[in-house]
Design a protein around this ligand. Sequence first.
Ligand code: ZN
Length: 282
Amino acid sequence: MSDLETVLYERPSDHIARIVLNRPDARNAQNTQMLYDLNTAFDRAAQDDAVKVIMLAGNGPHFSSGHDLREANGYDNMDDHDTVGTWCGWHCAGAEAQMAREKEIYIGFSERWRNIPKPTIAEVQGKVIAGGLMLIWPCDIIIAAAGSMFLDNTVGMGVGGVEYFGHPWEVGARKAKEMLFTADWLSAEDAKALGMVNHVVPAAELSDFAMSMAERIAAKPLFALKLAKEAVNAAQDCSGRLNAMQTAFALHHIAHSHNMQVHGMLVDPTGLSPAVKGKENI
Ligand code: ZN
């Protein structure tokens, strides 16, 4: 699929699509191109009636180091893509451009992928940092390799959490606060105990385990799978998930605006050093 620059689109069997993040040298840091490639790949799988299960994986030792903070021309890069949301104004002044960009490619994409009416399975290895969580949390099932670790370090950067604020639903309110306040790593085993991860398997068995589950799911009628997914998602939404996430997103943009006024950049540079160090160390 030559139109995809940063992800691979595989069809390992008749009813399964497998999307693979493919910037291993950058630890699968997500730039604008990768997010649009991901969206194109998810759309392709969603709209292919033969596909019943969609898998998401990452090449290299780590699943994703998060958003690519080194991308210098993010607003200009928006012009290179056909946007899928209804916001625009990538070159507006003040808070407008950043909010529009994040509504489109961050919370917008993650929410969009969460609502694909087909089962999605993330197979995860190594480290998953901040924006990396926004790729796996929208998936229905998460299979983690032993030793994989999860982190949201955005509070140290003067922001109250990643844009797709799934923490309370993924790990519970109390652990969500600890995760945000401390930026401590969450182990795969702890993530499983908290309900964020379905299974922890030896790294060498990760893909086979995920594929085996995908095949078992794909043996079921697709319409029933869609209905089951919609029913569980509705249960989360009845608890106010979406409204709470939208509130968190607004607070996230208060933080960006505050940081721009006080520090002249979207994040607090006093917390940036250890965060960037963390990214470069993986
Ligand atoms: Zn942001």
